[in-house]
Design a protein around this ligand. Structure first.
Ligand code: CA
Length: 228
C-alpha cells in the first residue's frame, strides 16, 4: 500500500512518514506543492494525504489537477482548525475525507483504513469479537449465543466498533462516521455517552470479561481482554 504525503511542515511530514511506515505502509513524502503535484500526476498511489496550505501550489490546485486527470485515488485532506471554508472547498473539489489538525494518529489510521477499504465488496458480513457475534444481513447480535436486542443507532455504533476492533475509536470518529455530523458546532459528547452506556449495559453488563472499554480523554476500544 503506497501513500503519498504532501505536507510542507517538516516535523509533521516526518511524523507521518515514520508513523505510517511503522504500520507497514510504503510512504513517499513531498514537501512542496510542486513536488506533490508532480508525483501525484506521474505515479500511482493507493492514497494521498494532502495538506491544503502549501507553498508553491495549494492543496486545492493539486486536488483539482488530480480529479481533472480522472484519477480516482482516495484523497484525505488535512486542514487547520477553524478553516471550515477550506474543508468545504476540499470536499467540493473531490477530496474523500478530511482531518482537522492536530489529529490523533489512531484516527488517521482508521480513516486510511476506511478509505482504502471502500470499493472492496468483501466487507465482512459476519463480525465476531470473543463470543460477541453480529450478522450484518439479518442484523442479529448475540453474546454467548444469547440474543442482544439493540436499537438502530446502537447497532450502527456496535458495528462500527466491531469493524475497528482492537483499535481506538475516538469521539470525533463516532461523530463523523456514526452520527454523520460534520459540523462540530453540535456537541454530541452526551449523546455518545448515553449510547455507549446503553450498549455496554446490553452487551457487557452480564459478562465477566468486558469487551467495550473507555479510554479516558480519547475514546473507546472494543477488544478481548480486560485491559483497554
Ligand atoms: Ca502546511
Amino acid at each position: 500500500m503506497h501513500i503519498l504525503v504532501i505536507e510542507d511542515e517538516s516535523k509533521v511530514a516526518k511524523a507521518l512518514r515514520d508513523g505510517l511506515a511503522s504500520e507497514g505502509y510504503n510512504v513517499t513524502v513531498a514537501q512542496t506543492g510542486e513536488d506533490g503535484f508532480f508525483l501525484a500526476m506521474s505515479q500511482t498511489f493507493d492514497l494521498i494525504l494532502l495538506d491544503l496550505m502549501l507553498p508553491g501550489r495549494s492543496g486545492i490546485e493539486i486536488l483539482n489537477g488530480i480529479r481533472r486527470k480522472n484519477r480516482d485515488v482516495p484523497v484525505l485532506i488535512l486542514t487547520a482548525k477553524d478553516a471550515i471554508e477550506d474543508r468545504v472547498l476540499g470536499l467540493d473539489s473531490g477530496a474523500d475525507d478530511y482531518l482537522v489538525k492536530p489529529f490523533a494518529f489512531p484516527e488517521l489510521l482508521a480513516r486510511i483504513r476506511a478509505l482504502t477499504r471502500r470499493g472492496r465488496i468483501d466487507l465482512a458480513l459476519k463480525l465476531k469479537v470473543a463470543n460477541l457475534e453480529m450478522d450484518c444481513v439479518t442484523r442479529k447480535v448475540t453474546r454467548d449465543k444469547r440474543d442482544i436486542l439493540l436499537t438502530g443507532k446502537e447497532f450502527e455504533l456496535l458495528e462500527y466498533l466491531m469493524r475497528h476492533q482492537g483499535h481506538v475509536v475516538s469521539r470525533e470518529m463516532l461523530v463523523h462516521d456514526v452520527w454523520h455530523v460534520t459540523d462540530r458546532a453540535t456537541p454530541l459528547d452526551n449523546v455518545i455517552d448515553v449510547h455507549v452506556n446503553r450498549l455496554r449495559a446490553k452487551m457487557d453488563a452480564d459478562f465477566d470479561n468486558k469487551l467495550l472499554h473507555t479510554i479516558r480523554g480519547v475514546g473507546f476500544i472494543l477488544k478481548e481482554g480486560d485491559e483497554p
